[in-house]
Design a protein around this ligand. Structure first.
Ligand code: SF4
Length: 235
């Protein structure tokens, strides 16, 4: 490829990127109108509770986590409380969220580090959160964004992954790479609300199977719409 061809290609990529950013801004605007109450659906009253709830939410529904944390947060109020009980007892308390042995190890490991190194407080940086046992980028982003209002990244879960693919925001497979695409496309002021909008729309309309394209408020800018392609997404 000669220099002129490379230049044309990079200009084309640049204008495609700008087009995509404009499309995303419009989609975010429409979804904000459609889901004005979109927010974190894990019940919590402080950053530590949100951290525990997010660890519990792996491979489990938010509704199930909320049932379990109703009693859990009455019994365990601070990191030290999780260290006073045996692993077996905590496993019993969180059993119905699934993967309870791993989750117990994560919660007690994170509690130990918070108690010994952070004065029982949840740190407010990505770097420190990622040092906690059982905490990866998704959990850290949930806590930073929803407990502290800090936009450090974009939460990517199954709904965000599915909708990002359908809407053409990312063709990547891993959550880490999809997040990097979203970070470069979504305005930073919307990084926290964006996944809540995707999750609300994914649950109500753009479901994994048989999405309701005819009722979708972002059907027009969606390249995967059944009405355009004649192929049902997810089928
Ligand atoms: S048009 Fe269909 S595939 Fe596209 S976002 Fe809406 S429901 Fe999902």
């Amino acid at each position: 490829m000669n220099e002129l061809q490379e230049l044309t290609l990079s200009r084309n990529n640049y204008s495609k990127m700008e087009e995509l950013k404009t499309r995303i801004r419009k989609i975010v605007r429409s979804l904000k109108r459609a889901y004005p109450d979109a927010k974190c659906s894990l019940n919590h009253s402080n950053a530590f509770e949100l951290l525990v709830a997010t660890i519990l939410s792996a491979q489990c529904t938010d509704a199930r986590v909320n049932i379990v944390t109703q009693d859990l947060f009455r019994k365990y109020r601070k990191p030290e409380d999780y260290l006073k009980v045996s692993a077996r007892e905590l496993q019993r308390d969180i059993r119905t969220t699934g993967f309870f042995r791993n989750k117990t190890t994560s919660i007690q490991g994170a509690s130990k580090m918070l108690h010994e190194q952070h004065g029982d407080m949840v740190p407010q940086t990505m770097h420190e959160l990622l040092e906690l046992p059982g905490v990866a980028r998704k959990t850290a982003n949930v806590v930073l964004g929803n407990a502290f209002g800090i936009s450090a990244g974009v939460v990517v879960d199954t709904h965000v992954t599915r909708l990002s693919h359908r809407l053409g925001f990312s063709h990547q497979k891993t959550a880490e790479k999809i997040e990097q695409d979203l970070i470069s496309l979504v305005p930073k002021k919307d990084w926290v609300i964006f996944p809540h909008l995707m999750i609300a729309h994914g649950r109500a309309i753009c479901r994994a199977r048989n999405p309701l394209c005819a009722e979708c408020v972002i059907e027009k800018p969606c390249p995967s719409s059944f009405l355009k392609t004649g192929v049902m997404p997810g089928s």
